[in-house]
Ligand binder design. Structure first.
Ligand SMILES: Cc1ncc(COP(=O)(O)O)c(C=O)c1O
Length: 324
């Protein structure tokens, strides 16, 4: 459909169950061990509320593990990342806990709440047009000697996010299906690796907005398909506007059963359902897995299903409009 360019496959080894277990040890005590909540009005559905993490999203897991895995001197010299919001906040939070200076390059269209929160955790925030984020990060690496900690295209980030999969299986050993939001694919790569390594019969399905369906297209094509920012920035799910990387695509091709897409209307109505019926504040990116359960049930295998509510950092004005 919107294939602009195709990138050669990567050669790094895939993340393993042992990598994810090592990450779980590294993040214990700082990242919250979130509960698995049975959904009172949907029999057989369970929610994994990562909005309860201290900075409001699962991203704390990968950021902490990646930062803790750096040599102490590298960490002390400082790190830099690019982020639509949650990874930046997570790295800022982790940096404060592990005494590492953090610079976050954010798109100048990022939500004011996320920009303010990132600064609030002590990070230096640099705002640039969306298309210039990567080149700006590179400049900061060259000029200031900072180490780049990417949002998803990194084995330690994937391993950290995978700790969610360990917790799901520990809490619901007879789970049948796990629904995971997909942006750059770090979360889905880690969760699918952990879940499928421990329980190969479980079906792990990715969910993404129809307006940023690069992962569905890449998996169908068997190669990376990049959607341009002017396409992916149409969706309200601002954490899911990123494309896969070769590394995350390689994980998803091995471990993911498929991708389901949902519309922006379905995402926003699910934000409302989660707030009203489950008392959970979800941001649009955090609501897509539940949206797939509510609106694409015919495309899912069924059985005991876990929907990962990946984050709750919604713009207050948007939440007010959705609830009105
Ligand atoms: C709330 C939320 N959910 C899901 C994702 C997608 O994660 P990934 O890029 O690892 O696929 C993001 C990414 O920023 C996010 O902020």
């Amino acid at each position: 459909m919107i294939a602009l360019r195709t990138i050669a496959l990567m050669t790094q080894p895939l993340v393993t169950l042992d990598d994810v277990r090592a990450a779980a040890k590294n993040i214990a005590g700082i990242a919250v061990r979130t509960p698995l909540l049975p959904c009172s009005w949907e029999d057989g559905l369970y929610l994994k509320p990562e909005n309860l993490q201290p900075m409001g999203a699962f991203k704390i897991r990968g950021a902490l593990h990646a930062l803790a895995s750096l040599p102490a001197a590298v960490r002390a010299a400082g790190v830099v990342t690019e982020s639509s919001g949650n990874h930046g906040q997570a790295l800022a939070y982790a940096g404060r806990r592990l005494a590492a200076p953090v610079v976050v390059v954010m798109p100048d269209v990022a939500s004011p709440a996320k920009i303010e929160a990132t600064r609030g955790y002590g990070a230096e925030v640099v705002l640039v047009p969306p298309a210039e984020r990567s080149s700006h990060v590179q400049r900061l690496v060259n000029e200031r000697g900072l180490t780049f900690v990417p949002p998803y295209d990194h084995r330690d980030i994937i391993a950290g996010q995978g700790t969610i999969g360990l917790e799901i299986l520990a809490d619901l050993s007879d789970v049948d299906t796990v629904l995971v939001p997909v942006g750059g694919g770090g979360l889905a790569s880690g969760v699918a690796t952990a879940v499928r390594s421990l329980a190969p019969h479980v079906t792990v399905i990715g969910v993404e907005p129809a307006l940023a369906a690069d992962a569905a297209e890449s998996l169908a094509a068997g190669e990376l398909r990049i959607w341009p920012t002017e396409q992916t920035y149409r969706t309200v799910a601002d954490g899911l506007r990123t494309n896969l990387s070769a590394l995350t695509l390689a994980h998803l091709r091995v471990h993911l059963a498929g991708i389901v897409t949902v519309t922006d209307e379905e995402i926003l109505s699910t934000v409302r359902v989660l707030a009203r019926s489950a008392r959970i504040v979800a941001e649009p990116s955090g609501a897509v897995a539940m949206a797939a359960y509510l609106h694409r049930r015919d495309e899912l295998p069924g059985g005991r299903t876990v929907a990962i509510v990946s984050g709750g950092n919604i713009e207050p004005g948007l939440l007010a409009r959705v609830l009105a």
